[in-house]
Ligand binder design. Sequence first.
Ligand SMILES: [Zn+2]
Length: 260
Amino acid sequence: MTKPPGKLLPLVAALLCGAVLAQAAQPSDSPVTASSPAVRTVAAGPLSGSPIAAKPTHQRGPRRQGQSPHTKPAADDWNLTKHGKVLYLTFDDGPHAGWTPQVLQILRRHHAQATFFVLGAEAAKRPDLVEQTRAAGHHIGNHTWDHPMLTHIPAAKMRQEIFSGVKSKCFRPPFRDTNAAVEAAAKANHQRQVLWDVDTNDWKKPGAASIEHAILAGAYPGAIVLMHDGGGNRAQTIAALERALTKLQRQGYKFRALPC
Ligand SMILES: [Zn+2]
């Protein structure tokens, strides 16, 4: 999942970008979509001002030494397919005051752990949600400060977006838009680039059944699954998650956080 981008990547990134732009142009079906991180990225974000000054100091807050003990042995074990029937659920673009707590509740109910790739700008608004997520045994990954397409902005700004994100061992580029320079910047920030194996396309709001099907059909031992708890109305994701976890548990799957 960390191999260099293939030839299709620029095309995929362009398509994703176009799709998000199209989505941004559509009327919002929920008050929260008006503050979609992805949408704001298209417009001028906080970084257009004084990014360094805007960097919140609390992002250098408590280290994750209080993680659940049972997640520690695998701290640097990226042989994800060697742990049996384990799925690695990931949620991007949060934290969000409305959706993230609902995701956390479902995960708790299913004794599932996951990884949340949060935006620095959103984490700065709700540091309590980030801490609540960590306290529940989940892991936090860096998804940049404000969700830009990193290969489409100047190198200095690209690095700034990565370095001003939350502290973590993992980094995920927005829109899967990455290249060698982006991966190198993440590495310089002591972060491993983490993509995904199963894309639920939940951000397109295709219906809960479609998202559920994507999770169930894509699941295999060690797979990393992409979903979103921010960036728009996630009611479909919430509904799909509950149903998918119930069925996957019956199949013997467990859900763990990535070693981030
Ligand atoms: Zn994202």
